[in-house]
Ligand binder design. Structure first.
Ligand code: HEM
Length: 201
């Protein structure tokens, strides 16, 4: 739900997805119990998800913004990680990942929020994978390392364009929040299936 007093669309998105962030963090368990098997399955999940998601979001964004979105893609990074670790793409045909119910540019911005924000936590995860598994951006952490030192700048750019394009309240804000929640839910479903673990309701 988007409150009338919400200060910004960013604050609204963070508030409406906070619980789901906690859920996915607990599900992935990229913590000190991290092992290479689970890490590899997480990469396979992101690769499968992004393959279906990226073109869908790009097609909904206003044209100049879509170019920036695609220029910051991390799909090539996750594919490089799979190759470096000798892992296949997740064998589930990508067509079995149904398209997200995104019906407007505002929804695309809301969905983008989830993956743009995940690059922030990715920095931490890349460091954990380096410390615990001995991986490097050249071998296995390219995806989580992502754009490295530029990550914070990319995040600020995203927040600027988000604030320019989506009002903090009203129907567009509601669509953005609904899309962000649906995006987290799809990721949670993908990982729950791939990691074969139950998710707390
Ligand atoms: C084990 C996994 C994860 C850890 C440890 C983690 C950790 C973090 C941390 C530390 C931040 C804050 C970074 C900062 O403010 O500088 C963050 C932000 C965020 N993460 Fe995660 N994260 C994880 C998984 C994910 C996943 C899988 C997604 C979605 C694909 C995600 C989406 C987000 C979003 C959207 C934000 C931005 C929140 C905001 O608006 O400030 N995270 N995460």
């Amino acid at each position: 739900m988007v409150h009338a007093a919400q200060a910004s669309i960013h604050a609204a998105l963070r508030e409406c997805t906070q619980r789901r962030h906690d859920t996915i963090e607990a599900l992935l368990r990229l913590d000190d119990t991290l092992d290479i098997g689970r890490y590899g399955r997480v990469l396979q999940g992101f690769e499968a998800f992004l393959t279906a998601w990226e073109p869908q979001v790009a097609a909904l964004l206003p044209l100049p913004v879509a170019g920036r979105f695609l220029a910051r893609s991390r799909l090539g990074f996750v594919r490089a990680d799979l190759r470096a670790l000798g892992l296949p793409r997740w064998p589930l045909p990508h067509s079995d990942l149904p398209r997200l119910p995104l019906g407007s540019p505002a929804a695309a911005f809301g969905s983008w929020y989830v993956l743009a924000g995940s690059a922030l936590g990715g920095q931490l995860i890349a460091r954990r994978a380096a410390a615990q598994l001995g991986l490097t951006p050249a071998r296995g952490t390219a995806y989580f390392h992502g754009w490295g030192a530029s990550t914070a700048t990319h995040w600020r750019d995203y927040l600027t364009v988000l604030a320019d394009e989506v009002p903090a309240t009203g129907p567009d804000a509601a669509q953005a929040c609904e899309a962000a929640r649906a995006t987290f839910d799809r990721l949670i479903g993908t990982f729950a299936c791939l990691l074969d673990e139950r998710v707390a309701a």
